[in-house]
Design a protein around this ligand. Structure first.
Ligand code: SF4
Length: 248
């Protein structure tokens, strides 16, 4: 799915657990709660009794076998937020254990990406699990939508040693990230879905300038209000830069 869309940064995703509840301003048009969950439940892939804001584990997916066939850049738990309070620590540690075994058995180092708004919990768990820094197959992304979220969450990202990504999506106002750099990648995207709040290209240009001043790869996912229409151009070009070792 992801491979066909030039604006998507992932090759595929792995969702052994699902679930989340709205957390901040960026959650208003949640892709998972409003789109993926009802669609997957209609298809019968999620049991009928499970609610969208309920943590649910798929035992058949919480296995090495289920992750093994996924290559490239793999998003771990895209259907929800792995660091939501309702997800027990032992499930998170189990997911990391499976990812470590599968990554270690591959000839080419994969890139497994954790992606959250709950940066404090992610940092606490990862710094416990990897006190000497993240392994080379693991990357971590923190999403922020406005300056307050950036100031609140990005210091926790800065406290993790390893491949770190700032994800500004949906970008809802002008945000400066310069004091949280360097990181290994900066990605920007607009809001899509029901009644999207439009992005201002000047906000994006300013983030790009802060990012490129530090020679950090910069990627634009989309700038329009519909993910069905490719609108990714800024100042006459697309921004499709990936960090070294990331191959979609
Ligand atoms: S944190 Fe992510 S998955 Fe959870 S409600 Fe917000 S946008 Fe949706």
């Amino acid at each position: 799915m992801a491979k066909k869309n030039a604006g998507d940064i992932l090759t595929s995703d792995w969702n052994p657990v699902i679930g989340c509840e709205r957390y901040s301003a960026g959650c208003r048009s949640c892709w998972y709660l409003d789109g993926i969950f009802p669609w997957q439940q209609r298809l019968g892939n999620i049991p009928p009794g499970v609610q969208p804001n309920q943590h649910h584990v798929f035992p058949s997916r919480l296995t090495e076998e289920s992750l093994k066939g996924k290559n490239g850049i793999v998003g771990i738990v895209q259907h929800g937020d792995l660091f939501w309070d309702a997800v027990p620590d032992q499930i998170i540690f189990r997911i990391l254990e499976i990812a470590e075994k599968v990554a270690g058995a591959k000839r080419k180092v994969p890139k497994y990406m954790l992606w959250t708004k709950r940066a404090e919990r992610m940092a606490r768990i990862l710094n416990t699990r990897y006190p000497h820094g993240l392994p080379n197959w693991l990357a971590v992304a923190v999403s922020v939508e406005n300056q307050a979220a950036a100031s609140d969450r990005l210091p926790y990202l800065a406290g993790i040693r390893g491949t770190r990504i700032i994800m500004l999506e949906p970008l809802l106002e002008s945000v400066s990230i310069s004091r949280f750099l360097p990181v290994e990648w900066v990605v920007v995207g607009s809001e899509t879905g029901e009644s999207p709040r439009p992005i201002d290209r000047a906000w994006v240009a300013s983030i790009r300038d802060e990012t490129k001043a530090r020679e950090i790869p910069f990627f634009i996912k989309q700038l329009g209000t519909s993910h069905k229409v490719q609108d990714r151009s800024l100042d006459g070009r697309t921004w499709d830069e990936f960090p070294v070792g990331f191959e979609k």
